[in-house]
Design a protein around this ligand. Structure first.
Ligand code: FNR
Length: 365
């Protein structure tokens, strides 16, 4: 495949694999351990089939929506993925420009290779900041304040990473951030660097810097240091959805971290409905994990998601074609989602219902 011939989001992965150093490609692509959940995140979508409605006058399709009060062009947003400058020299700034051109939200990782200030200087755009809570709470508080000042509109608090999942490729490759790159958000702050070890350098970094004691009270603590709304990222059960709301979350992201943390958790699209039911409409529920097609977006919305986030397609398309690659990913997802809406007889997001799909969770596939 040549760049000009790319016709779907998945095709970027093989091209990125040819282009990137093995250590970098493996870091982006891998899941934890047996990578069962990694496959399942995709397979589960193929067990949901449509019940399309006909003769609905689909000459006009409206994909616009509102997330935490912000108007966006479509319910497809960008998940935080770390170290984007390993994929392309413009890294997170290219992603930010592509998201803003598409009229959607980008989430910047705490572990970005560009700072919150650099990303904000790319121009206007609605952006969220993903937070990893470290053992240095004053550093975290400073970073959250900087994100706020730089115009970020929400904090996505990642709650599924008290320790790093066992990603065997990173262990074999002795993964470490290439020496010309840094964790830009922490530059000059009192926090350790990522060193090369005889294990995954990132796993050691997490073990040294991330606060394993993170608990529900810290969701309250976060509210004392910022007025931004908090999305709890990494919920997979009804019980935790209820707790997240009880502890003040403005929204929930059903996520298994792209299958990179605990292996053998269900696909996010299978966990979605119980979380939606527990939320009882009190806060919006979002999903990430395996979203590669417009049909996936529709299926998540039919199960009650208010929107979805995409992870890996961003570093893969960045690696292949920089900002243009990320723009094309967002454009292809948008076009596919619009077509899915038309072919299933939905003219606006509120017309997408549970009756437009049927789940075949018992069918292997
Ligand atoms: C991630 N993810 C992630 N999550 C987070 O909260 N902070 C981070 O820094 C990262 N970094 C990161 C790097 C890479 C290479 C991947 C693949 C994932 C998880 C990410 O936000 C999201 O949950 C998943 O990527 C969604 O799944 P898909 O779309 O990659 O299948």
């Amino acid at each position: 495949t040549y760049i000009s011939e790319i016709t779907n989001v998945m095709e970027y992965e093989a091209l990125a694999k040819e282009k990137l150093p093995k250590m970098v490609y493996d870091y982006y692509a891998s899941g934890a351990e047996d990578q069962w959940t990694l496959q399942e995140n995709r397979n589960a979508f193929s067990r949901i089939l449509f019940r399309p409605r006909i003769l609905r006058d689909v000459s006009k399709i409206d994909m616009t929506t509102t997330v935490l009060g912000f108007n966006i062009s479509m319910p497809i947003m960008i998940a935080p993925t770390a170290f984007q400058k390993m994929a392309h020299p413009e890294g997170e700034c290219a992603t930010a420009r592509a998201a803003s051109a598409a009229g959607t939200i980008m989430t910047l990782s705490s572990w970005a290779t560009s700072s919150v200030e650099e990303v904000s200087s790319t121009g206007p755009g609605i952006r969220f900041f993903q937070l990893y809570v470290t053992k240095h709470r004053n550093v975290d508080a400073q970073l959250v304040k900087r994100a706020e000042r730089a115009g970020f509109k929400a904090i996505a608090l990642t709650v599924d990473t008290p320790r790093l999942g066992r990603r065997e490729a990173d262990i074999k490759n002795r993964f470490v951030l290439p020496p010309h790159l840094t964790l830009k958000n922490y530059e000059g702050l009192y926090i350790g660097k990522m060193d090369k070890t005889d294990d995954s350098g990132l796993a050691s970094y997490v073990a040294n810097q991330i606060d394993r004691s993170l608990n529900w009270k810290d969701v309250k603590w976060l509210q004392t240091i910022t007025s931004l709304p908090i999305l709890v990222k990494g919920v997979l059960t009804a019980e935790d959805a209820s707790l997240a709301i009880q502890y003040g979350a403005a929204g929930i992201i059903v996520s298994n971290h792209g299958a990179r943390q605990l292996d053998y958790v269900p696909a996010t699209v299978m966990a979605l409905e119980e979380v939606v039911q527990a939320a009882k409409g009190r806060v919006p529920v979002f999903l990430d994990g395996g979203v590669r097609r417009g049909t996936d977006v529709f299926k998540a919305l039919a199960l009650g998601a208010s929107g979805v986030f995409v992870g890996r397609p961003v570093p893969f398309s960045l690696a292949v074609d920089g900002e243009a690659g990320v723009r094309k990913v967002l454009q292809m997802l948008r076009d596919e989602f619009e077509l899915t809406m038309a072919l299933s007889g939905c003219r606006s997001l509120k017309e997408i219902t549970r009756n437009h799909i049927v789940t075949h969770w018992d069918t292997p596939g």
